[in-house]
Design a binder for this molecule. Structure first.
Ligand code: HEM
Length: 154
């Protein structure tokens, strides 16, 4: 199913109003993830080795922000070229890293759930079933692209 211009517009419209807070919102996504799945904290080396409180961890913020930004970029590329924006080589690295750190399909599902919740809370006046499915699809396609590269490096 094609990712339509309308879906791209819904993602971009909400992104425009969230991007100034993207770091904070991204962090909220992962704090929600850890509420739902506390064991997911153990995946992140920089959380295991750190004395800094979770909410102040710069690397957690950076990862959270990346997930947010890449999902948004994925929406644009999905409409333009029919697949997520990640270059082949980056995709391989992303797949390898997530594989090595024992990320599994369920983790991608929890992050999706939390991401959609936080967007809904951030832009309640814009939120709609259409917006939810546009973000959801952009995320799913990006996650699928990463998962397809999740195998040991040869
Ligand atoms: C690392 C992006 C989903 C856990 C990374 C890196 C990027 C990234 C860019 C750094 C890559 C590198 O160092 O080679 C994304 C994107 C996602 C996603 C775009 C979804 C669309 C997830 C999920 C989890 C996760 C669902 C687990 C809940 C991790 C872990 C690392 C990582 C554990 C390694 C962190 C460390 O250095 O300790 N991710 N990620 N990611 N990601 Fe993700």
């Amino acid at each position: 199913r094609a990712f339509t211009e309308e879906q791209e517009a819904l993602v971009l419209k909400s992104w425009n109003s969230m991007k100034k807070n993207a770091a904070e919102l991204g962090l909220k996504v992962f704090l929600r993830v850890f509420e739902i799945a506390p064991s997911a904290k153990k995946l992140f080396s920089f959380l295991r080795d750190s004395d800094v409180p979770l909410e102040q961890n710069p690397k957690l913020k950076a990862h959270a922000m990346t997930v947010f930004v890449m999902t948004c970029e994925s929406a644009v590329q999905l409409h333009k070229v029919g697949k997520p924006s990640v270059r082949e080589s980056n995709l391989k690295d992303l797949g390898t890293t997530h594989f090595q750190y024992n990320v599994v399909a369920e983790h991608f599902e929890v992050v999706k759930f939390a991401l959609l919740e936080i967007i809904k809370e951030a832009v309640p006046e814009m939120w709609s079933p259409e917006m939810k499915s546009a973000w959801g699809e952009a995320y799913d396609q990006l996650a699928a692209a990463i998962k397809s590269e999740m195998k040991p490096q040869v």
